[in-house]
Design a binder for this molecule. Structure first.
Ligand SMILES: *[C@@H]1O[C@H](CO)[C@@H](O)[C@H](O)[C@H]1NC(C)=O
Ligand SMILES: *[C@@H]1O[C@H](CO)[C@@H](O)[C@H](O)[C@H]1NC(C)=O
Length: 253
């Protein structure tokens, strides 16, 4: 008789013959008793190569793209406490203000000239840098920072992180994903309609930067996707019957 046990035994023999899925490999690497065992689990040399210029795993917006080699996309970092990202910022492109919850970032500017800005915590002054090719800066863990290509050619930067899973938290998308009345009160009692109006237009990262740059480079601010908005669940749903449309129409948005 075909019992449940024999079905399970059969299923495990059957799946063992197949390459492990990415999630299984990550689980096995995390479970490995030693670093040497992890090397054994990564049994082809190409698992030690990450191709930033040909990765399907990237964050893309009208202003460029960010590609991250981390535990999820490059399992060879697991157990090593390090990750790396590149940013390709289009002319006037901006990696919008964000923090990394689990890592300090050191950022090397390959080409172009990048402006970066940072606030590390309450009470600390604002720091702005202009990085020329070959220069680097540091963004301490948890700092709010941005990178902006104020030039008319694409620019490339490289960032190292002291975590294999640095994480990123985009300030605008996350803040505007809080309940609208909480945001309205936080901003000095502006209207909930205004909050919804702004939440609806926050562009995906990397986004187009300043008007001054776009004008200098002869570029237009094209429509940008807003797919990185914080998903709405019951707790942060927009109040029923309130919409941004009347306000948006009145203010020309
Ligand atoms: C990376 O991209 C591949 C191919 O599109 C996808 O299957 C995988 O889920 C992505 N990984 C992450 C961590 O997003
Ligand atoms: C910087 O390097 C990137 C990637 O090779 C390239 O696309 C870009 O045009 C370069 N920018 C400049 C200003 O040289």
């Amino acid at each position: 008789m075909f019992s449940l046990t024999s079905a399970l035994v059969f299923a495990s023999i059957f799946t063992a013959g197949f390459a492990t899925s990415p999630a299984q490999l990550v689980a096995e690497l995390r479970d490995a008793p030693t670093a040497a065992a992890r090397v054994g689990l990564l049994n082809t040399d190409d698992q030690f190569v990450f191709d930033f210029f040909n990765s399907p795993n990237k964050t893309v917006g009208a202003g460029g793209e960010i590609v991250l080699a981390s535990s999820a996309t490059f399992p060879a970092v697991i157990g090593n406490g390090a990750a790396m990202a590149i940013g390709i910022l289009e002319p006037c492109g901006m990696n919008t203000p964000h923090t990394h919850p689990r890592a300090t970032e050191i950022q090397f500017n390959v080409n172009g000239t990048l402006q970066t800005g940072m606030i590390t915590e309450n009470g600390a002054r604002f720091i702005m840098t202009e990085l020329k090719p070959g220069q680097m800066t540091i963004f301490p863990q948890g700092s709010v920072h941005f990178q902006f290509n104020d030039g008319c050619s694409p620019a490339l930067f490289v960032s190292g992180f002291n975590s294999e899973d640095p994480g990123a938290l985009q300030i605008a998308q996350r803040f505007l994903g809080l309940p609208a009345d909480i945001i309205a009160a936080t901003l000095g009692d502006i209207g909930v309609e205004e909050v919804i109006g702004v939440a609806d237009i926050v562009p995906d990262n990397a986004a187009l930067g300043t008007d001054a740059c776009l004008q200098r480079c002869g570029l237009k601010r094209t429509a940008q996707d807003t797919k990185q908005a914080q998903p709405r669940v019951s707790g942060n749903a927009f109040p029923s019957g309130v919409s941004a449309s009347a306000w948006a129409t009145a203010s020309g948005w």
